[in-house]
Design a protein around this ligand. Structure first.
Ligand SMILES: [Cu+2]
Length: 187
């Protein structure tokens, strides 16, 4: 086989490799087009002076009513009863069937949109009705943060002393290299 043919083959291979790379990178772009929550009532981080009777979630794309889940939990992680979600256009609504006491609530949602991708998220709002009785005090167990910190330390598997030791070793290595480089260039 003459050389030019082989060179052309190499060019074609390079071109198809580049094309394959583009195809591999391409799916990253449409990710921005996924469904997302645009607005809500009560709004994210809002403080409302009247307990809501419903929660409205407005999305970018129409959610599938059959795959729409909304949960409402209070500061004590207790779920508040909600009606079944109804979807009208891009708006999903759930009725709050109980009376919400004053306090912080978290709305968690999961929807499946026309593109088939599940999208989930959560946000908080606060009910502060001046006419409502004061909320039941929620005092987190003092043992909980300590237990969490202990779990985190053991889960990481890197005790603090080894990180400090590792940092010192790296510093020593850098200083040593600089010292050697200086001496060598100084000659
Ligand atoms: Cu999507």
């Amino acid at each position: 086989m003459p050389a030019p043919t082989r060179r052309r083959t190499a060019k074609v291979l390079a071109a198809s490799a580049a094309a394959a790379l583009l195809v591999a990178l391409a799916p990253a772009a449409p990710a921005a087009a996924h469904n997302q929550l645009l607005s809500a009532v009560p709004a994210k981080n809002a403080t409302v002076t009247k307990a809501p009777k419903a929660i409205d979630l407005v999305f970018l794309e129409e959610p599938d009513a059959g795959f729409t889940t909304v949960l409402l939990t209070d500061a004590a992680q207790q779920q508040t009863p909600l009606g079944p979600p109804t979807v009208r256009g891009t708006k999903a609504t759930v009725a709050v069937t109980g009376q919400l006491a004053n306090g912080v609530y978290q709305v968690a949602y999961r929807v499946v949109s026309i593109d088939g991708h599940p999208v989930q998220g959560s946000f908080r709002f606060t009910v502060a009705d001046p006419a409502a009785p004061p909320p039941v005090a929620v005092t987190p167990s003092p043992a909980a943060p300590t237990a969490d910190a202990g779990l985190a330390a053991s889960a990481s598997g890197w005790p603090t002393w080894s990180l400090v030791g590792g940092g010192a070793a790296v510093t020593a290595l850098i200083v040593g290299t600089l010292f050697l480089t200086r001496r060598r260039s100084g000659r």
